[in-house]
Write a protein that binds this ligand. Structure first.
Ligand code: FMN
Ligand code: SF4
Length: 452
């Protein structure tokens, strides 16, 4: 039986939070967000440039964007960093030192894309790497096979054997061990957004009849691999509810299912949970907001879109589908709050809430009710030092300047870095910077607790 955790009834944003035995100085975190750093000679400097400002500005926790646990394949998007090689991961010690110097904590998110990997959707990547296998939990479900026939995806999937599922879980453990050696404070397993862990959790993807047909089994084995190889480092994971899936696509995870999965994952030793609503497809349900028309029209990215999607007409079709999604998944503030609240009533580990959270007032309303900590992702592209504004005492009307236009998202398919591309938003952030809005003293963020 897990010991019952004491929760302050209504914590303040600047109150510390413990995840496992790691103390965060406050309850504001940068959610995992791709940095496009790769593994080249500039990788560590790119990550430091992207992530250090959040810690310097007071974020309690910085979650690095998803990194891939294998040497080959498994990248969901161009430019992802691989963490299979302990020698490379050791170099990330410069990044973890930079975060710790500011009193912050850092989580490394581990991932394999499975059927969401570039091997299935990126035409140029597939042509350049015909040797790469598409690893799958089960054969692709019928709606995805239809998308294959329509030319949006290209499946030639190989279903993992039972032994290969175990080997993949061991790779998560090996990468976690290297990460702990490099100074990471927490391990974040990429359990949602249609990566392979999500595919194990989902009845849409998982139709196995071995032990891994139990949706939680893969994450249980990952948890014990991390414990065996990396010691007592706390582990958190996103947990999907497929509530945004189109009706009739097949069996999907309801909100009730997500709550049950979270209960089992807490029992399996996960130290914090991040429940998220999404779909079974890789669509805008994860990044709700406006149709990014400007970035689809931008001629500078044209070649990259053609490389990714195979031709101009196919890229235009993907853009049209993206437009339809933007009508269905327009942004609601804090769209995961209700799901998080339901999970928080049933588990005694911290529940982290992200997705459409923009203002301090919203955050204050979530803490102690729906969530133990609040995170943001896209706003950090626009304001890397955003925590300084949100953590300021009395800053109840502080809001991120991000306009949810998604023009930072789509060009990433074309191999472009994740940066804010909206001039009016960048101007506003510039004005705030000149007015000193991102300057802070140590007290505003809460004092840095001692390291473990
Ligand atoms: C460009 C981009 C990259 C993302 N990369 C990751 C990732 O690597 N891992 C992950 O779990 N979530 C990822 N997310 C999802 C975010 O963590 C977050 O849940 C989502 O963007 C909603 O939060 P927001 O409204 O504050 O942006 C990504 C989102 C965006 C926009
Ligand atoms: S481009 Fe800028 S304003 Fe638009 S969603 Fe991305 S960060 Fe926000």
């Amino acid at each position: 039986m897990r010991p019952e955790r004491q929760r302050p009834s209504v914590p303040a944003l600047t109150d510390p939070l413990e995840i496992g035995d790691v103390a965060l100085r406050n309850r504001l975190y940068r959610a995992p967000l791709l940095e496009h750093a790769g593994n080249g000679p500039d990788a560590v400097d790119t990550l430091i440039a992207d992530l250090e400002p959040a810690a310097a500005a007071g974020a309690g926790l910085v979650c690095q964007g998803a990194t891939v646990v294998r040497a080959e394949g498994g990248c969901a998007a161009p430019g992802m960093t691989r963490v299979h090689d302990p020698e490379f991961v050791a170099e990330l010690g410069r990044l973890t030192d930079a975060i710790h110097d500011h009193g912050g904590r850092i989580a490394l998110q581990l991932e394999h894309g499975g059927l969401r990997s570039m091997e299935t959707w990126h035409r140029g990547h597939r042509e350049r790497h015909p040797e790469l296998e598409q690893l799958a939990v089960s054969p692709p479900p019928r709606p995805l096979r239809l998308l294959d026939r329509l030319g949006f995806l290209e499946y030639d999937a190989r279903v993992l054997t039972t032994a290969e599922c175990r080997e993949l879980a061991a790779d998560f453990g090996r990468s976690a061990a290297a990460a702990v050696d490099a100074g990471y404070d927490l391990i974040h397993v990429a359990g949602a957004n249609m990566g392979i862990v999500h595919q194990f959790l989902s009845p849409f993807y998982n139709r196995r009849d071995d032990e891994f047909g139990d949706p939680v089994r893969f994450l249980e084995v990952v948890r014990s691999e991390v414990r065996d190889r990396a010691g007592d480092v706390p582990v958190l994971t996103k947990v999907p509810a497929e509530t945004a899936a189109p009706p009739g696509v097949g069996p999907t995870l309801s909100a009730d299912d997500c709550v049950r999965l979270c209960e089992r994952l807490a029992d399996a030793g996960y130290d914090a949970l991040v429940p998220v609503n999404g779909s079974v497809f890789w669509d805008m349900s994860v990044v709700r907001g406006a149709f990014p028309g400007a970035s689809w029209r931008d001629e500078r990215f044209r070649e990259g879109y053609v490389d990714a999607f195979g031709s101009r007409p196919r890229a235009a079709l993907v853009a049209a589908a993206n437009w339809v999604e933007s009508l269905v998944y327009s942004r609601e503030p804090a769209w995961n709050a209700d799901l998080c609240r339901r999970v928080r009533e049933r588990v005694d580990v911290p529940v982290l809430c992200e997705g459409g959270i923009r203002g301090r007032e919203t955050i204050d309303g979530l803490l102690g009710d729906a969530a133990d900590a609040a995170g943001m992702a896209r706003p950090f592209y626009a304001e890397p030092e955003l925590p300084a504004r949100l953590l300021r005492e009395g800053a109840t009307d502080a809001r991120a300047v991000c306009a949810d236009c998604n023009d930072c998202v789509v060009p990433q398919a074309a191999g472009e870095p994740g940066v804010c591309r909206t001039p009016s938003v960048l101007r506003e952030a510039g004005e705030l910077r000149r007015a000193g809005a991102y300057e802070r003293d140590g007290e505003r963020a809460g004092e840095a607790p001692p390291r473990r």
